[in-house]
Design a protein around this ligand. Structure first.
Ligand SMILES: O=C(O)CCC(=O)C(=O)O
Length: 262
């Protein structure tokens, strides 16, 4: 089951994240986090030249399949598994990239602000970006381009809790309870569904059908237990790629606080 909430009604759903934690719902979709006009403008800018320099290809499990591209420095899923990205380049790029994202969306539309608003209500807690490390911050988003003919392979974020980049977060946040948060900026004509499967030990892929399938329209924020639940994005069909922006969050080990990073 999927819980759908309008962004204006978030206050009536304070604490609704518990429904994801106890598996009553596979995902929460918050509609209207960005307007269609903002999504169209940002997606058009992303297809223009300067952004292509920030893209890196992400390995796909099917040989010969077009590659998912990521703008920013992904911690997970990553073709650098099992090590994850190197610490220096990750923290070196995070601040610059956050500034570039700020230009992309404009001050009124910052993704991190939208995450604070939505997760703040759903978890009924304060949301802060992961700790500052040697005066440098964690990234707050990556942008994901899934080309026509391609999907995102099956993964769960808990496979990455050991990586070096997450070391400063590990003592503070309960990474075993990581949630994934994303907004589709450009929805494809067909496909591109998030499919959430059952909880599974990290060494075994799920065999059962998905317990939740979401085809979010542009501007909807999706929150689900991406840490412990296997998920993928089904292949994209039609004329144009699927663009999304997202990151991860986990509750503090102590106190009412949610840490956010990408
Ligand atoms: O649609 C997306 O951006 C990615 C979905 C996903 O795999 C995640 O958020 O962990």
């Amino acid at each position: 089951m999927i819980l759908t909430v309008q962004v204006e009604e978030l206050d009536a759903h304070r604490g609704a994240q518990r429904l994801v934690d106890d598996d009553s719902v596979a995902a929460i979709c918050v509609e209207g986090v960005y307007t269609a006009a903002v999504c169209a403008e940002v997606s058009a800018r992303l297809e223009r030249a300067p952004w292509s320099a920030w893209r890196s290809a992400r390995e796909h499990t099917r040989p010969g399949c077009p590659q998912v591209e990521v703008v920013g420095h992904p911690v997970s899923p990553s073709m650098l598994f099992p090590d994850g990205p190197a610490v220096e380049p990750y923290f070196g790029a995070a601040g610059d990239f956050a500034a570039r994202c700020g230009e992309l969306f404009g001050v009124d539309n910052a993704f991190a602000d939208r995450v604070r608003r939505v997760l703040g209500a759903l978890f009924d807690a304060d949301v802060v970006v992961g700790p500052t490390v040697d005066a440098r911050t964690y990234g707050t988003a990556t942008l994901r381009r899934v080309p026509v003919g391609c999907g995102m392979g099956l993964h769960c974020e808990n496979l990455y809790t050991h990586i070096a980049v997450l070391a400063p977060l590990r003592p503070l946040a309960d990474l075993g309870r990581t949630v994934s948060v994303f907004v589709v900026l450009q929805a494809p004509e067909a496909g591109g569904e998030l499919r959430v499967f059952g909880e599974s030990p990290p060494d075994a892929h799920p065999t059962a059908a998905p317990s939740g399938v979401v085809r979010p329209p542009a501007g909807t924020m999706v929150v689900f237990a991406g840490g412990r639940r296997w998920h993928d994005v089904s292949p994209v069909f039609g004329e144009h790629p699927r663009w999304s922006i997202g990151g991860f969050a986990a509750p503090a080990r102590r106190g009412r606080r949610i840490y956010f990073w990408a």
